[in-house]
Design a binder for this molecule. Structure first.
Ligand code: 4AD
Length: 465
């Protein structure tokens, strides 16, 4: 801290640095800049709380009776003062700043500022998406999002993965759902498209990541993905971020082990590195958050065959579901609560409802022998409160099998010839998964609506600024 104060003397000191158990720095001069969060004018003394976004805890500034009489909530100011022990604080290490010169107003904030020092509803905050980051919840979210991003790269780096930047514009439809945004260019004409063929915003970086898993063994991509779904729910965005590791020489059990280890690594490190923010969410958003996260860390995730999931549902009042159906949100809720609110991998789903690239289980492994009952080597991870958090699979590495599926589905074989080539030249068993970053952030913050865990959301009928 001493060094930080010295080194950045010309810069303002970040408030989180000041708040870090710094009672030994009492007496030091500091310069701080931030936005006013609270003003209290008392008889002989006045207080202002400012925040610069570095921490959920603001910094209290103490001045004389009239020091802040003209100051308005939301304004930006510069403070020059001396660190003193915070008398009114139960934490004996807490410090605050005693003004040594009048504050400097940087930007005035008029009375019509839409945020006030109170808890606003998330619906209201979404209407002012350009201002909402000044509040505590979105402020804390951005720090947790940032910390998670660093941890994701760290995990893969520590485990020998190589990062691949897969393209955002693609000609493939990885998930085969046709839920793509087509790319148009100003140079397109009726007869000639810019790329000479239709192109789209990617729904997943997986297919391109497979190219590099076929040469570098262990790779991952972490980027924005786009889906033109009509899913106006608290779990769907049109633009969301996905983390997709792709690994050669693995089987389904390896894939499950890695997904579980990865998730636990992120959560356990967030509980340490983002302690204040997660505690804030536990207090303000969901009082079961911490216990749920700790339970996730201490439990072995359940591994449940799809066919057993269907029987479980049928035997527990969900008589409308049958083998071959997708598992709906209400079913996901039942399954996770049935296992005591711990994450559940549902594995080996029917081939008929899954994308073309998933590896068909061998008949000996598959419990069903007719083709229509074929299953694939895949997994969905269901977690309490959020539902499906991860989707992944072993990929079909056998050329003939893959070609057969491509033909059966009526896909353009030429379009996927490069993908078939990966199976022609030195094919290997391989697989991976996609973790929806925003759903992960919902899980670790307790925030209920996915639109509140991304800095600037994109969803149907909403593409403001
Ligand atoms: O299950 P999905 O569609 O899997 C894939 O895209 C694979 N290609 C991934 C892979 O194997 N490399 O999506 C993966 C995850 C889901 O489990 C969910 O968490 C998230 O992405 N997701 C969404 N998140 C927000 N909004 C949407 N519209 C989402 N669709 C999927």
């Amino acid at each position: 801290m001493n060094n930080i104060i010295k080194r950045y003397y010309k810069w303002p000191t970040r408030i989180n640095e000041i708040n870090k158990n710094n009672s030994h720095l009492v007496g030091k001069e500091v310069k701080v800049k931030g936005w006013v969060r609270n003003i209290r004018n008392q008889k002989s003394v006045s207080f202002v709380e400012i925040n610069d976004g570095s921490s959920v805890k603001g910094l209290q500034i103490v001045g004389d009776k009239d020091s802040f009489s003209k100051l308005k909530y939301g304004s930006s100011i510069e403070i020059n003062g001396r660190l003193i022990s915070s008398l009114g604080n139960t934490d004996k290490n807490a410090v605050e700043v005693q003004l040594t010169e009048p504050y400097k107003l940087i930007g005035q904030c008029p009375d019509e500022f839409p945020l006030q020092p109170k808890n606003h509803s998330f619906e209201f905050l979404r209407e002012i998406a350009h201002i909402r980051s000044r509040g505590n919840s979105i402020g804390a979210l951005l720090r947790v999002r940032n910390e998670s991003t660093q941890l994701i790269h760290r995990y893969f780096n520590e485990n020998g993965f190589i990062n691949v930047h897969t393209p955002i514009i693609t000609a493939s439809d990885c998930e085969g759902g046709g839920e793509q945004f087509q790319v148009k260019s100003s140079l397109d004409t009726k007869d000639a498209l810019f790329f000479g063929q239709p192109s789209y915003l990617t729904v997943s970086g997986q297919l391109e990541a497979e190219i590099y898993a076929s040469s570098h063994s262990r790779v991952y991509t972490f980027g924005p993905t786009f889906r033109a779904e009509k899913s106006n729910t608290t779990r769907h965005l049109s633009e969301f971020w996905m983390i997709e590791p792709e690994m050669s020489f693995i089987d389904l059990n390896d894939n499950l082990d890695i997904a579980e280890d990865f998730l636990k690594y992120l959560i356990s490190n967030l509980l340490k590195n983002s302690k204040d923010d997660i505690e804030f969410f536990n207090k303000r958003i969901d009082t079961n958050l911490l216990s749920r996260l700790e339970k996730t860390l201490s439990s072995k995730f359940v591994r449940l065959e799809y066919k057993d999931a269907i029987s479980l549902l049928q035997n527990n009042g969900h008589s409308n579901i049958k083998w071959g159906d997708d598992i709906q949100r209400e079913h996901e809720k039942f399954i996770t609560s049935h296992f005591g609110d711990i994450p559940v991998f549902v594995i080996n789903w029917p081939k008929s409802i899954k994308p073309f690239y998933m590896r068909e289980n061998d008949q000996s492994q598959s419990l069903n022998d007719s083709n229509s009952m074929a299953t694939v080597s895949n997994m969905d991870l269901l977690v309490p409160t959020v539902g499906e958090l991860i989707g992944g699979s072993i990929r079909e590495e056998r050329y003939d099998k893959l070609l057969n599926t491509i033909n059966q589905l009526g896909m353009d074989k030429e379009q996927y010839s490069w993908y078939l080539d990966l199976r022609k030249y030195g094919t290997v068993p391989h697989g991976g998964f996609g973790l929806g970053f925003e759903r992960f952030l919902q899980y670790v913050t307790g925030l209920q609506n996915i639109r509140d865990v991304i800095p600037i959301p994109r969803y149907q009928n909403y593409c403001k600024f």
